[in-house]
Write a protein that binds this ligand. Structure first.
Ligand code: ZN
Ligand code: ZN
Length: 344
């Protein structure tokens, strides 16, 4: 089968290659991939700024149909549409983090798409507990956003206390920021979304999906806007979703005393921040990395109830062959979510 492979360490070294079709073990499920989203992680693996283990098939945000089942698999059937929890593909199963559902911190963990073969390919094989059956009437394209959405569900609903009447700042309107926005809007929270002039398309999308205010920080002074929108108090919560030092500084400054700061983006390097603001404002700071198994249970309920719709974040759907164009669209911020389909 054709697959998008990181075939060697270093910058680049990614190409469509012919690889062997994976076989399905007794406790596994073989999935014909319908859609797999391009994620910042894929771009980092391309650039070699995210740990990867070549040769490895990229892609981890996917959905598809079950085409083969191991003999010990009961919870899904042939033909079922499924979404996949990709981050727990390789875990030890025995450490304190694995045993408490916090597999993200297992020392042996390797996720799909960088640590073990992913889903920019016709077929993917996963452990049975990674496959989640989705409602028949939820589109497979929307279901392919389950994985990044899970990360937003953890950041917004599990690790940050935010409720009706609060004002939230989302700094960085990329896919993660917009997924967080979707949840905040669903919870009735007033959201200010900030980005730079490069983010024009993404800020417009933020406005369309329910942001109360959008701010282009190259043209507007964020502190002034925050003061206007909060009667001078500052925001209750801030989500740093850009992984950029300026954005993090903006969040610390925009927060009111006793506010909460949640780190969702990755800087990828050491940054300089006014750390004393955390002390003087007595802020609560949390990081949110990935999700737990229970996050996925909540995610299933949110999607089942159609409490949040994700389809209008998909700006492009392209055949797998156009992966380079898809990566460029994401790098240049000309897209929100780009899905690649290996089917055609
Ligand atoms: Zn991702
Ligand atoms: Zn473990």
């Amino acid at each position: 089968m054709k697959a998008l492979v990181k075939y060697e360490s270093g910058v680049g070294h990614v190409a469509l290659r012919e690889v062997a079709e994976p076989s399905c073990g007794d406790d596994q499920v073989k999935i014909e991939v319908s859609y797999c989203g391009v994620c910042g992680t894929d771009l980092h693996v391309y650039e070699d700024t995210f740990r990867n283990y070549p040769p490895v098939i990229l892609g981890h945000e996917f959905s598809g149909h079950v085409v083969e089942l191991g003999k010990n698999v009961r919870h899904v059937a042939l033909g079922d549409p499924v979404a996949v929890l990709p981050a727990s593909a390789v875990v030890c199963g025995g450490c304190v983090f694995c045993r408490t559902g916090h597999f993200m911190f297992c020392a042996e963990r390797r996720g799909m798409g960088h640590g073990i073969n992913g889903a920019f390919a016709r077929y993917a094989v996963v452990r049975k507990d990674q496959a989640y059956k989705i409602p028949q009437d939820l589109s497979l394209a929307e279901a392919a956003l389950s994985e990044p959405f899970a990360a937003a569900v953890q950041a917004v609903t599990e690790l940050t206390n935010v409720r009706l009447g609060d004002v939230a700042l989302i700094s960085g309107p990329g896919p993660m920021g917009l997924l967080c926005l979707k949840l905040l809007v669903a919870e009735g929270v007033k959201a200010i979304v900030a980005g730079t002039s490069e983010d024009e398309l993404r800020l417009e999308t933020a406005r369309r999906i329910g942001a109360s205010v959008i701010v282009d920080t190259n043209r507007q002074d964020l502190s002034t806007v925050v003061a206007e929108e909060t009667r001078g108090a500052g925001v209750d919560v801030a989500f740093e979703c850009a992984g950029a030092a300026t954005s993090a500084r903006n969040c610390l400054r925009a927060l009111k005393p006793l506010g909460q700061y949640t780190q969702v983006g990755i800087f990828g390097r050491e940054v300089s921040l006014e750390f004393d603001l955390i002390f003087f404002k007595q802020l609560r700071v949390a990081g949110s990395v990935g999700y737990t198994v229970s996050t996925w249970e909540r995610l299933q309920k949110i999607l089942d109830q159609r409490a949040v719709r994700l389809d209008n974040l998909i700006t492009h759907t392209m055949p797998l062959e156009q992966w380079r164009e898809a990566f460029d669209l994401c790098l240049n911020k000309q897209a929100i979510k780009v899905l690649l389909s290996p089917m055609n």
